[in-house]
Design a protein around this ligand. Sequence first.
Ligand SMILES: NC(=O)C1=CN([C@@H]2O[C@H](COP(=O)(O)OP(=O)(O)OC[C@H]3O[C@@H](n4cnc5c(N)ncnc54)[C@H](OP(=O)(O)O)[C@@H]3O)[C@@H](O)[C@H]2O)C=CC1
Ligand SMILES: O=C(CO)COP(=O)(O)O
Length: 340
Amino acid sequence: MTKVTVLGAGSWGTALATVLADNGHDCTIWARRPEQAEEINSRHTNERYLPGALLPENLKAEASLEQAVDGSDVIVVAVPTTGIRGVCRELNNILEKPVLFAHVSKGIEPDSLKRISEMMAEEIRENLRQGIVVLSGPSHAEEVILRHPTTVTAANEDPELAVRIQDLFMNRVFRVYTNDDVIGVEIGGALKNIIALAAGVSDGLGYGDNAKAALITRGLAEISRLGVAMGANPMTFSGLTGLGDLIVTCTSVHSRNWRAGNMLGKGMSLDEVLEQMGMVVEGVRTTKAARQLAESCSVPMPITQALYSVLFEGAEPRKAVDSLMGRLKKHEIEDLFGMS
Ligand SMILES: NC(=O)C1=CN([C@@H]2O[C@H](COP(=O)(O)OP(=O)(O)OC[C@H]3O[C@@H](n4cnc5c(N)ncnc54)[C@H](OP(=O)(O)O)[C@@H]3O)[C@@H](O)[C@H]2O)C=CC1
Ligand SMILES: O=C(CO)COP(=O)(O)O
């Protein structure tokens, strides 16, 4: 039995804490709102983020970060990208020994263009961390909480650390693979949200499966192109954290990013959509970051660019699709890892 703390009591933190509790670990979830910690402890529910779900009785919640991480061997960070730096910084004043970190967030920070593990490494003192493992893959919280079969990947350059996280989470319905390609795993997980937003827009406009298949396939091409330019292994993008996550996020009604895109396609403004969602839609900020990354790596990312124009430049979604379709003719395969 390992003592684990999950930071973040949103849908994903709660679902993952449930996997850990099911596996018999001593698991505490940190909920920053005391009333939410109280709800998890007394009623074993998290109605705001996972309505209707009954959480395991051995899952505890704490509103004090200090108490939540007290004595933990492993800390799983499950807050949105915007919260990563603040939460990690606070740990420097609290932790008394080095712990193994895992993070499950999917985003890139605009302007700094840092991946989550890079942000964490900048914020958490080196003598307080044994390593930072990324856990990512096609995995909606709404299905994990129902114990439906799910597969994810634990990634770290050090295979032993990846295996420690694999062993912690793995069970008969939650299968964990390992990978040493941290860049590829983080880039795939973050950028699929952009394509899911675009797929939602397409569905909201009333376009069909042909358009969605095109977005998934060409989306994978531009994610891979950027990832390879950043040093990722191209094979990672055909795996769970690339194609796998792209499929689930572009096609599932559970996806926050797809749902947000769908509302945009139906004519709502970005502000209206975000207010209605009440949960993090990581793809919006990541679109900004990816556009900056594409520019700095000189990599063409036409879908990201089109979505950026819809989100931040007031472009009409239908016109953005027209501009994508009207681009110069190209060879499909040459373009995949080329820079043309
Ligand atoms: N939901 C899913 O199925 C999956 C999500 N992910 C990723 O996991 C991450 C978390 O997503 P998810 O659980 O869906 O998000 P939710 O919106 O469901 O929950 C966010 C949680 O983080 C807390 N939080 C928000 N901002 C901060 C902050 N600045 N500092 C500390 N805590 C904060 C919220 O607290 P409060 O309620 O008090 O606002 C809430 O507990 C995202 O990066 C997402 O992409 C990855 C795989 C699957
Ligand atoms: O990353 C996810 C599934 O793997 C969750 O995606 P959404 O944030 O779009 O719901």
